[in-house]
Design a protein around this ligand. Structure first.
Ligand code: 4AD
Ligand code: MG
Length: 447
């Protein structure tokens, strides 16, 4: 018999069907056994009256929590069943099959509150849970998070495909080390060294020189940074795009705000209520346009309103503290969760950002809920200017192959890189370790 998802099973009253999934809980008493079965779509109670099913009794005695079973039976309505008001009664004969028995679980996924009879059990710490991430990911909250992320990325893709973007897949193994100050991982490559791409930057710009006009890529990004924060990881998923024939970096900002608004709307429609219930976070569809402020003005505002003083060494860049405070500021000033920050110092920005006549980089950071989710810019497409800007950062030798992209004709263009894991994390109000499928950090290469 074909397997039915639990969500669909609940619409099959009176019919004989088969469900398969994990045992969420089992209560096995003398006369009755109650199994709550969970699959990716929901939960269902299976009620076994033992007298009627003597052949199932040995199996019921073996089943542990998180074991995987298959059950064939009939769904009936029963007002006494708290879970959905339905239960499944197994068919006669060998209607229950154990697919896989689970050992006692090595982690506690959810706090178990104390009762009069027994003390409570604390939830395992995030590092311990990541050791057994596959078990941790079985919770409703974690599965919801990845359903929402899937929706988000699908909506990003959908928006761009409708606007003539092509999807590219650029190499992650590259021959030279540099793009900006970020550290790159060196890997053995036969009898020489290669490096893991710290972003698809160079190749998305190559696509502009190839006349692709509009491209995006969703793929892995590697950063050899020893950061131990709640928003840094050494490998993450970047959603990058680049498009040609723009007149200003403001065209890039406009594309991004419309794109994100579309995607958040899709997530809210599909999962807004569930996210609110599971994580206590409202999914807010932002209004257009997003607020914009220059870096200098932002610091003036943060100082005037909250007494924030900027350390001299951090001038021209956005500090983590200011980033966080900017959320309070943008909420109080505009009632908006997003903030574009422009006019960084050229010294603090990548060499490929176009600069205006005063040397100001034509780019931005986008901050959502106090965390940077994007850096974007109009790119310098004029070979001589670009070469000089690379030389200024001491990179002209390293990026020779990249500079060549601009020697044989290249349209004006711009784009941005969006951190998918950062969006997921902020959507659910979690840290990065809790919101990645599997976190990678300086001390974490397993599982
Ligand atoms: O700001 P970043 O470093 O910009 C670039 O990679 C440029 N090539 C993009 C461009 O088109 N100008 O990275 C882009 C985004 C960040 O805004 C952030 O959301 C995410 O990637 N990100 C990280 N996420 C998790 N852990 C890290 N260590 C991250 N570093 C950047
Ligand atoms: Mg950045």
């Amino acid at each position: 018999m074909e397997r039915t998802y639990i969500a669909d099973a609940l619409k099959c009253e009176g019919k004989e069907i088969q469900v398969r999934g994990f045992v969420d809980s089992i209560r096995n008493s003398k006369a009755m056994a109650f199994i709550v079965l969970k699959d990716i779509t929901g939960r269902l109670q299976i009620t076994v009256e033992k007298e009627k099913h003597p052949e199932l009794c040995p199996l019921l005695d073996q089943i542990t929590a998180d074991s995987v079973i298959a059950v064939t039976g009939t769904l009936i309505a029963n007002d006494y069943v708290k879970l959905n008001g339905f239960e499944m009664l197994p068919s006669e004969g060998e209607s229950l099959k154990i697919e896989s028995l689970a050992d006692a679980l090595p982690i506690v996924r959810k706090e178990i509150p104390a009762t009069k009879k027994r003390p409570g059990v604390e939830r395992s710490g995030v590092d311990q849970r990541i050791d057994y991430r596959w078990i941790d990911l079985r919770t409703d909250e974690n599965q919801l998070m990845f359903k929402a992320q899937t929706k988000l990325v699908a909506a990003l893709r959908e928006f761009l495909l409708e606007r003539n973007f092509l999807e590219i897949h650029s190499p992650k193994l590259i021959g030279t080390a540099s793009e900006s100050g970020s550290d790159v991982f060196e890997v053995k490559y036969f009898d020489r060294n290669a490096y893991l791409a710290q972003s698809p930057q160079f190749y998305k710009q190559m696509a502009m020189a190839s006349g692709f006009e509009r491209i995006f890529e969703c793929g892995p990004v590697f950063r050899a940074e020893k950061s131990y924060t709640s928003r840094h990881t050494t490998e993450f998923t970047g959603f990058d795009l680049e498009f040609s024939y723009i007149d200003s970096f403001r065209d890039v900002m406009k594309m991004e705000e419309e794109l994100l608004t579309h995607a958040l709307k899709a997530v809210k429609e599909a999962y807004g209520d569930e996210i609110k219930e599971a994580f206590g976070k409202e999914v807010i569809v932002p209004t257009l346009p997003f607020p914009v402020i220059t870096l200098k003005k932002l610091y003036e505002e943060l100082e005037a309103k909250y007494g924030y003083t900027l350390p001299e060494s951090e001038k021209g860049d956005l500090t983590t503290e200011a980033e966080q405070l900017s959320y309070r500021w943008v909420m109080e000033t505009y009632g908006h969760e997003f903030l574009f920050v422009t006019d960084f110092d050229a010294e603090k920005r990548a060499f490929y950002h176009m600069r205006d006549e005063n040397g100001v980089p034509q780019g931005y950071d986008l901050i959502w809920r106090g965390v940077e989710i994007t850096t974007g810019a109009q790119r310098e497409h004029r070979y001589d200017v670009l070469k000089a800007q690379a030389a200024e950062k001491g990179l002209d030798e390293d990026v020779k192959f990249y500079l060549d992209f601009f020697r044989y004709g290249c349209p004006p263009h711009g784009g941005f890189g969006l951190g998918v894991d950062r969006i997921t994390m902020l959507l659910c109000g979690l840290g990065i370790k809790d919101s990645m499928f599997i976190f990678r950090g300086p001390n974490r290469l397993n599982p």
